[in-house]
Ligand binder design. Structure first.
Ligand code: G3H
Ligand code: 13P
Ligand code: ZN
Length: 332
């Protein structure tokens, strides 16, 4: 049993309270490898932004949970080395699907876990979430839960269609489970294809898809029921079209990839939404640069020569999100 406190990590409680009161959101960036982690920490340290490092089930099986935990511990020291005196870094399990997975993460030093029972019948979601909360809270580890179903398909996280969170359930759910934050469904989804072309309109000049707006009315109703309660948005990548273009121009094939427009995320960040999850945008940034280097320098075979520029681009992307979308710069 290792406490995250010994590793220099923090849980989300104070971070979320400040974000809700201050009208900004904390970035939750997924990581699977060293380059992503370096880029996240450099961006957060440079911009003095609190940050949540997210580890998904896919990341755990790709990179190994123990290794990722030690990498996060190293990240705290790296942040200090970069001159960030008091790093505010959370190590979070993304989309935990069983009590055992959540317990294992709590026991090995994660400071926050998500139990995603959103695909279960309501009462089973309540029971599972409550069990995780009871365990995690003994160690001051915070728990994110989910109500409502996100559309989209991304590896282990799959749902055919979205069901918006029902505002009439949120008081009952949060009071019965004792969860610390609640992920909701208001039209976002995982991956780089968040909307079907028929759900969008098309810009006549560029041919780029313009997605429909998020259900801000549902968010407003939830906020009314749970004033000040921390709300989480998954599936919040914007799918920057400049990366899609670079990928497609360098041998890739991402037709009609579309994300959530940044002005909508900016609006959400000013509300009770205090955690915004971004994974796909970082994947796109990395893929775009790697494809470009491969295309332009076919003789290159030193991984540092393509992963290095990819890492720099990801840092640029993370800093942009922190400063121009979430507003979390200067908050840590
Ligand atoms: O919520 C989904 C995240 O983007 C993680 O995806 O399971 O492919 O690591 P992954
Ligand atoms: P994106 O696929 O939009 O980046 O969402 C990531 C996410 O929600 C991780 O939990
Ligand atoms: Zn998610």
């Amino acid at each position: 049993m290792v406490s995250y406190k010994e590793l220099g990590l923090v849980n989300t409680r104070e971070m979320f309270a400040k974000a809700v009161a201050g009208g900004y959101a904390i970035p939750a960036f997924n990581f699977n490898n060293m380059e992503q982690l370096q880029a996240i920490i450099k961006a957060a340290a440079t911009k003095r932004s609190p940050v949540i490092l997210q580890v998904s089930k896919g990341a755990r099986s790709y990179a190994n949970q123990t290794l990722l935990r030690y990498m996060a511990q190293g990240a705290v020291e790296y942040a200090k080395e970069l001159g960030w005196e008091n790093p505010q870094i959370v190590l979070h399990l993304d989309h935990g699907d069983t009590f055992e997975t959540c317990k294992s993460c709590v026991d090995m030093g994660f400071s926050s876990v998500m139990i995603d029972g959103s695909a279960l019948p309501y009462d089973e979601n309540v029971a599972l979430t409550k069990k995780v909360v009871e365990y995690a809270h003994q160690f001051d580890v915070t728990v994110e839960a989910e109500l409502g179903v996100l559309a989209g398909v991304e590896d282990e996280v799959a749902a055919e269609e979205s069901h918006y969170t029902r505002p009439e359930e949120v008081i009952d759910f949060t009071s019965k489970t004792g969860c610390d934050s609640l992920a909701i469904s208001i039209g976002t989804s995982h991956g780089a294809y968040k909307f079907k072309p028929e759900q969008c309109t098309r810009d006549p000049k560029t041919g780029i898809l313009i997605p429909p707006p998020l259900a801000f009315d549902v968010l407003a109703e939830i906020e009314k029921k749970l004033p000040g309660f921390p709300i989480v948005l998954h599936g919040s990548s914007s799918v920057p079209q400049e990366y899609v273009k670079i990928i497609n121009e360098n041998g890739g094939k991402l037709p009609d990839a579309v994300g959530i427009p940044e002005e909508q995320l900016r609006k959400a960040a000013k509300s009770a939404v205090c955690k915004i999850n971004i994974d796909s945008d970082s994947r796109l940034a990395m893929t775009a640069i790697v494809r470009k280097v491969f295309n332009e320098k076919p003789g290159e075979f030193d991984p540092r020569k393509y992963l290095g520029p990819a890492r720099d681009e990801m840092q640029k992307l993370y800093e942009h999100k922190i400063v121009n979308v979430l507003g979390s710069d200067g908050k840590a």
